[in-house]
Design a protein around this ligand. Structure first.
Ligand code: PEP
Length: 252
């Protein structure tokens, strides 16, 4: 049984004060959470203040990135133990914006994955093809190589803590959502790939989120798909009303 996860990626939005106010408002708007896990990923500066607001409540805290060393002379980086102590229980790894603008590769994704696991954080590993790759019929090939590269040397015991996010790059921040059929096709394929590699049992428990222009008006049809286990939400996670509506997809 896979409990759906709805995670909001705030990217480089919201100051500390804005984040804290938003977290308070979100707690109120979301109310009780049943049968779904909800998480938010504020910018680094707001992680700890938001953790203080969320403490003891139903919303979990995620970071947007992690560095692979625990400490040292790595100006500008943030380690797993720092994130865990700040209150995070999840961390987004390999987002397409990091791949596009900051030279993230499958190899660095893999290093970050192990840093997250060592710190007791659940990595949300992002994979997905560009429009050119989809149009060239390379979607499954790209997804396989990102999955295999990102999870290299991870054992079955470690995969149990990992969440995969399928985020077609052409759907991120564009307003173009993959149709439920397009998303489900790739989610099913990812599930099969995990099953081949780690066994059916583990694949059955590994959550695969969809990300790419998720909105209140398309979340239900996406969540109705057998292999879609939640959503990684960018733009629509920046407004309390829309994120609360997405997180409450299973309410009445
Ligand atoms: C994202 O950045 O992970 C994302 C899915 O963004 P958006 O929902 O805005 O497409």
């Amino acid at each position: 049984m896979r409990i759906p996860l709805i995670a909001g990626n705030w990217k480089m939005h919201k100051t500390v004060r804005e984040s804290v106010d938003f977290a308070r408002g979100l707690l109120e708007a979301i109310g009780e959470v049943n049968g779904v896990e909800v998480a938010v990923a504020p910018p680094f500066t707001a992680l700890h203040p938001v953790a203080e607001v969320l403490k003891g409540g139903p919303i979990r805290l995620a970071a947007q990135n992690i560095f692979w060393e625990e400490s040292g002379a790595y100006t500008g980086e943030t380690s797993g133990p720092m994130l865990a102590e700040a209150g995070c229980s999840l961390v987004i790894i390999g987002h397409s914006e990091r791949r596009q603008y900051f030279g993230e590769t499958d190899e660095t994704v893999n290093r970050r994955l192990f840093a997250a696991l060592a710190a007791g954080l659940h990595p949300i590993v992002c994979i997905g093809e560009t429009l050119e790759q989809r149009q060239a019929g390379q979607t499954f090939e790209v997804v396989t190589s990102q999955l295999e590269g990102g999870l290299t040397n991870a054992g079955a015991d470690q995969i149990g803590s990992v969440v995969i996010a399928y985020e077609p790059v052409w759907a991120i921040g564009t307003g173009v959502t993959a149709t439920p059929e397009q998303a489900e096709e790739v989610h099913h394929f990812i599930g099969q790939t995990l099953a081949e590699r780690y066994g059916e049992g583990l694949a059955q428990t590994t959550r695969i989120l969809y990300g790419g222009s998720v909105k209140p008006d398309n979340i239900r049809e996406l969540m109705a798909c057998e292999n879609i286990d939640g959503a990684l939400v960018g733009g629509a996670s920046l407004e309390i009303e829309s994120f609360a509506a997405i997180a409450g997809f299973n309410k009445g």
